[in-house]
Structures are given as C-alpha cells and as structure tokens.
Design a protein around this ligand. Structure first.
Ligand SMILES: Cc1cc2nc3c(=O)[nH]c(=O)nc-3n(C[C@H](O)[C@H](O)[C@H](O)COP(=O)(O)OP(=O)(O)OC[C@H]3O[C@@H](n4cnc5c(N)ncnc54)[C@H](O)[C@@H]3O)c2cc1C
Length: 467
C-alpha cells in the first residue's frame, strides 16, 4: 500500500477506499472505453465532507482526481486515463428534499435520474431531462455531461433544469452557486464541465407539473428523406411536440424483435411523436402534426391508445441501444448535430459513408433537436471493421460540421472527441476555455486529459496550463 492510499484510508476508513486490482477494474472504463491502466484507488464517499477530505489528500500527493457517477458515459469522460484516483458518488444517492410548492428538488449526485421522477410523480411532478440511460445514469453524471434526452426538445437539457449546485473545489473547500445569484452564472459553467472544474456534491433541480394529458403517435414512412423533412416542417410551423424521435428500418427491426411494442417492421422510417398539455391543447397539436405528417408523405398515423401502449413504445425507444445486440456483437454510437433543415442531407451522408466503408448503420435519434445518433455495427474481433468504424465515425462528424452542425449533441467530449474540438473552435476559443479551467483548477487536478486536445497543434492552447 502506498502513502496516498494509506492517507485516504486513515481519513475515510477502509470501507470507503478500494485499492485492490480486482476491485479497481470496474472503475477503469465507461460506456465508451477502458483506460490503459487501473486507478491507484477508488473512493466511495458517504457525504460532502468525505469528498472534501479526499480532494485535499489527493492534492497533497499531486494525484489527479476523476469524478464518477454510473460510468454510462459514451465519450470516455469518467475513465481515469492518467491514473487518477476515482471518486465514485454512488453512495451519495439520496433525495434530500422535494419542495412541491416551489417545484424544486435537492438531490445528491449519485441518485439515478429515473428515481427522482418516480419520487416526484405522486406529487404530480416530474424531472424533465430523460436520457435513454435514465434508469442507470446518475444526476451527477448528467450534470457532468449536460445530458439530453427525448423530452429535452420542449423542456430543455440538463443545464436548463439545474438551479443550483454544491461542489468541492481543488482546494478541498465546499462552495455553493445558484442561478438566482447575481453576477456570473457559475452553475451554468459547471454543468457540462465533465468533472474538470470540481466535484458536484449536491444539486438543486427544477421539477415540472405532469401534463393533464399525454398522447403518443407513430408516423410511418417509406423513406428516410420524407420522415426527416417532416421534422423540420413540424417545427417550422411553430409546433413543439414534447418529443420528436426518429428510427430507421435497421433500428425498427432490432427494437421490434426485442420489445414487440408495435413498430411497423416494413417501414423505412418512423417518427415517434409525443404531445402533452391540456386536453384541448393535446387535441389541437395532434391534429396539426398529423396533417403535416400526412402532407409530408406519411403512409400511416397510428395512435397509442392506452398507457400500456404508450409505455411500450417508449420502452422500446429507450432500450434501442441494447436491442442492437441482436444485429452485431459491437456498435459505435456517433453523437453529432445538424440544423433540423439539413437532416435529410445528413442522413443521406450517413448512409453513403457507411456504404463506402461496407458497414451496416442504424439510426435512432432526437430528430426534433437535429441530434443524430448513427449506430455503426461491427465486430471488434475483425480489425478491418474496427478501422472502418473509426474512419466512418470521423467522416460523419466532419460532414455534420460541414452542414452547419457540431461535434456533440449530448454525450460530451471527454477523451473520445478532444482531438475534434479544433474542428469547431478556434485556438483563441480553446485558449479562453483553458483559462477558465485554470481559474478553477490551476494544477489540472480534476480529470486531466479530457475535453482539450493534446499534441503540437494545441501548443498555444496550453499556454498558461500546467498540463
Ligand atoms: C444505453 C445508453 C443510452 C444513453 N442515452 C443517452 C441520452 O439519451 N442522452 C444523453 O445525454 N446521454 C445518454 N447516454 C450517455 C450517458 O448515460 C450520459 O452521458 C450520462 O449523463 C452519464 O451519467 P453517469 O452517471 O453514467 O456519469 P459518468 O459516465 O460516470 O460520468 C460522466 C462525466 O461526468 C463527470 N461526473 C460524474 N459525476 C460527477 C460529479 N458528481 N461531479 C462532477 N463531475 C461528475 C465524470 O467525471 C464524467 O466526466 C446513454 C448511455 C447509454 C449507455
């Protein structure tokens, strides 16, 4: 046992510090990748004071720190790439308060996203950001990546629903910030910072009233072009469904075989549309959207008649990534955005690029947000396919940028896309971001090697940065 581990055990107790290789293995990866080496320790704090103690000790030893929620992230952001001590927030998973009158909740970061809505529903309230991983991802991790989800089209992503934070800074001190504070919006700065500015130990979120009525529909198409053109028509008409998701033939087949939810297997594409509000509002929105869908070439407009049918359609949509296991041993999910009006071109580009690389691609994504998620199917045991997936993923990203989009809609930058950041930001932009990070964390204690590119091309960016 080295001095660092000894000091952590002395401060936090042996049950809060894992340091055996067999215990550490699970903390070396996330949903994107595995780290090259094991972290020296993984800490399981019980409260904010434990987090502060751990940060102070790591700082004394000059050891990097990587915050971890559930490790479901898809960009390697929670992977201790540079041997950092992992601080897992899994034990800090309580709901501290649900304030029904002010429609707010205070939670600890390790709370699973879905648990908050389950607890709020009996009060006619819910927490809106709903990543498809909401059963297994933590609200702290959602804050780390500024997570999105199907219902973020109308309710905003995580940053639009977080009101205040408590966090432990690099000096081991505990700070609080709130959107109501005058001056700089530090809450906004911390959301999406991927654990590079501090460790979030408490989160105050906005809750919303459950709508009086929710209706869910499938618009069925015989072409991807027609379905994606309908998406921009709907929004262009000033209509805002609560969710507007799209699936292509490959994904429909996978989810229908896995879930038997009622997706039409002979369709080339479906739009999953949800409208909610008052009875009259939902009725009006349904008629308007159905008309646009049919004018746009929908072969059918099918309503889910019961709560069971609605739940089945959503369970299949949210379980889509898991269903892919029926089609291929591995998949790589790309995350990029384009302006909604460019969706047809972007989907054609995805199709062409996949075809050029001899890859099967499935599309299931937040169409209303223009947030593409092509899933490139491959077999990791075949090196040629691995290379093809890497090349195709990069080409898709570049085509989305050329169409006016950007390199991530919701999964974040982490380790995966840090070299792609200069595709959308100038050296000056990156240098400004590094200066902001250095203000919070001049020693780059928190999650080094994430977000910012490495190598000679970013030499200027590194000015003023210790790492
Ligand atoms: C099947 C599947 C479906 C998914 N669907 C979606 C989706 O619809 N939308 C979406 O946005 N994402 C989705 N994701 C990606 C992932 O679930 C999200 O990025 C999620 O926000 C990560 O949460 P986590 O608890 O797993 O965090 P982790 O992966 O553990 O960490 C993510 C980042 O947050 C940081 N972090 C974690 N906790 C803290 C803390 N307390 N303080 C400071 N930093 C912290 C970490 O250091 C890391 O940088 C999906 C993933 C899977 C596997």
């Amino acid at each position: 046992m080295n001095d660092l581990v000894g000091d952590l055990i002395a401060a936090l107790g042996p049950e809060a510090v894992l340091h055996q290789p067999e215990d550490l293995r699970v903390y070396a990866y996330d949903g994107y990748r595995s780290g090259d080496s094991l972290p020296p320790a993984a800490i399981l704090p019980r409260d904010t004071k434990d987090v502060a103690r751990a940060v102070r000790i790591c700082r004394q030893h000059g050891a990097p720190i990587v915050a971890r929620g559930s490790g479901t992230g898809l960009c390697g952001a929670a992977v201790p790439q540079r041997g950092g001590v992992v601080i897992s927030l899994a034990r800090m998973n309580r709901i501290l308060e649900i304030d029904t009158r002010r429609r707010r909740a205070r939670v600890q970061p390790g709370l699973m996203n879905l648990r908050l809505s389950e607890a709020a529903n009996p009060h006619d309230l819910f927490y809106a950001p709903d990543p498809s991983s909401q059963k297994i991802s933590s609200i702290g991790g959602n804050v780390g990546t500024n997570a999105g989800g199907p219902h973020c089209l109308s309710y905003g992503v995580t940053t639009n629903n977080v009101l205040g934070l408590e966090f432990v800074a690099d000096d081991g001190e505990v700070y609080r910030c709130h959107q109501d504070d005058p001056g700089y919006d530090l809450t906004g700065v911390l959301v999406g910072s991927e654990g590079t500015l501090g460790i979030v130990t408490e989160i105050e979120v906005r809750l919303r009233r459950l709508p009086e009525e929710t209706r869910v529909f499938l618009a069925v198409y015989d072409s991807l072009d027609a379905a994606s053109a309908t998406v921009s028509e709907i929004i262009g008409h000033g209509l805002l469904p609560t969710a507007l998701e799209m699936m292509d033939r490959v994904m429909i087949k996978a989810v229908e075989e896995a879930f038997h939810a009622g997706y039409p297997q002979d369709a080339e594409a479906v739009l999953l549309v949800e409208v909610a509000g008052s009875h009259e509002g939902a009725e009006e929105a349904e008629h308007a959207i159905a008309r646009i869908a049919k004018d746009g070439g929908a072969l059918a407009w099918r309503a889910a008649r019961t709560q069971v049918e609605r739940d089945a359609l959503w369970a299949a949509r949210k379980g889509a990534a898991g269903a892919i296991g029926r089609l291929a041993p591995n998949y790589y999910i790309q995350d990029a955005t384009v302006p909604r009006t460019r969706l047809p071109e972007a989907l054609r580009a995805v199709e062409d690029i996949s075809h050029d690389h001899d890859l099967i691609v499935g599309n299931v994504f937040h169409a209303g947000d223009g947030n593409l998620h092509p899933l490139l199917l491959f077999d990791r045991r075949i090196p040629r396919q691995v290379e093809a997936v890497v090349r195709a993923g990069t080409e898709i990203l570049k085509r989305c940028i050329a169409l006016g989009g950007t390199i991530s809609g919701e999964h974040g930058i982490g380790y995966e896309k840090r070299e792609a950041l200069p595709l959308v930001f100038s050296t000056q932009d990156l240098a400004a971001m590094v200066r902001l990070r250095d203000t919070f964390d001049p020693q780059t204690l928190f999650n080094p090697g994430k977000i910012f590119p490495s190598g000679a091309s970013c030499a200027e960016v590194r000015v003023g940065s210790a790492h």
